[in-house]
Design a protein. Structure first.
Length: 252
C-alpha cells in the first residue's frame, strides 16, 4: 500500500512545542483528521484536505483515517498533547483491530507530543518529580465508581496525581465529588495545582491547599495536579515553585 497513517501529538498549545517530527509529517500529509479545535491549528494549503469532527466520534474518525490510508492517502490524525495519552492512538488501534484484515498491512506510526501534565508540571516546577499517576476524570468511557476506586488506591500509594478532563459543562458535579473524596482521604493541607491553558495566552496557574480548592477553578482546559504527601511549595519573588522531592523515606 502506498498510503500511510501517522497519529501525531500537537502538544499543549504553543506552536513552539510541536516537535520537528510532527511538523515534517504534517508537511507531507494529504489529509488531516481530528477534533475540530485541533484541526483548526493546522494551516490550510493546496493539496491538503482537513477533516474536522466533533468530540465523541473517535472510532468513526479512526476508521476514516485507516480507510483513506488504505486508499493511498498520506493521513495524519491529530490530538492535542500526546496521542497516546487519553487520545486518538488507542482509538485508531481499536478500529484497526475491529476492521478489515487489509488494514493491518498499513504503515502506521505514532508520533509523540508534549502532553498536558508534563507542560503543566514544568510551568509549576516539578510536582511530578517522584512517582506519579495520571487519571482521566471523565466518566464518558468508565463509571464514576472506577474513578473513585483508582483515586483511593493512588492516595494509598501516595502518588502525585495528574487529572485530565476534570470538569465540563456536561459534567459539572463530578469534580465536586472528587475534591470531597480527596479532602476526606488526604486532609485539607495537601497542595494542588490548577494549570489552565498552559503555553497559550490564556495560561493561568493556581497553587492552593486542597482545603481551598473549588470546583470552579477547573474546566476542560485545566490540568489539575495533586501533590503527594511530600510535595513542597517554595516561595520566591518570581512566583512559587511546586515540586516533589526525588527521594522517599527509607531510601538507602
Amino acid at each position: 500500500m502506498s498510503g500511510w497513517l501517522a497519529i501525531a501529538g500537537l502538544g499543549p498549545g504553543d506552536a513552539a512545542l510541536v516537535t520537528p517530527e510532527v511538523t515534517e509529517v504534517l508537511a507531507q500529509a494529504t489529509d488531516v483528521i481530528g477534533y475540530i479545535p485541533y484541526v483548526a491549528r493546522i494551516a490550510p494549503r493546496e493539496g491538503l484536505v482537513l477533516h474536522a469532527s466533533d468530540n465523541r466520534v473517535e472510532l468513526d474518525r479512526a476508521a476514516l483515517a485507516l480507510q483513506l490510508a488504505a486508499d493511498g492517502r498520506r493521513v495524519v490524525v491529530v490530538s492535542s498533547g500526546d496521542p497516546g495519552v487519553f487520545a486518538m492512538a488507542a482509538a485508531v488501534f481499536e478500529a484497526l483491530e475491529a476492521g478489515p484484515e487489509a488494514w493491518r498491512d498499513l504503515d502506521i506510526r505514532v508520533l509523540p507530543g508534549i502532553t498536558a501534565m508534563l507542560a503543566a508540571s514544568a510551568r509549576a516546577g516539578a510536582p511530578l518529580g517522584h512517582d506519579f499517576c495520571a487519571i482521566n476524570l471523565s466518566d464518558n468511557l468508565k463509571p464514576l465508581s472506577l474513578i473513585e476506586k483508582r483515586l483511593r488506591l493512588a492516595v494509598e500509594a501516595d502518588f502525585a496525581m495528574a487529572f485530565y478532563n476534570p470538569r465540563s459543562k456536561a459534567r459539572p458535579h463530578g469534580f465536586t465529588r472528587v475534591l470531597e473524596l480527596l479532602r476526606e482521604l488526604c486532609g485539607p493541607d495537601r497542595l494542588i495545582l490548577f494549570a489552565r491553558a498552559v503555553s497559550t495566552p490564556e495560561e493561568a496557574l493556581q497553587i492552593v491547599p486542597l482545603g481551598e480548592a473549588k470546583p470552579e477553578m477547573a474546566d476542560m482546559r485545566t490540568m489539575v495536579i495533586l501533590g503527594s504527601s511530600t510535595t513542597r511549595r517554595v516561595e520566591r519573588p518570581a512566583g512559587p515553585i511546586l515540586y516533589t522531592p526525588r527521594f522517599a523515606e527509607g531510601a538507602a
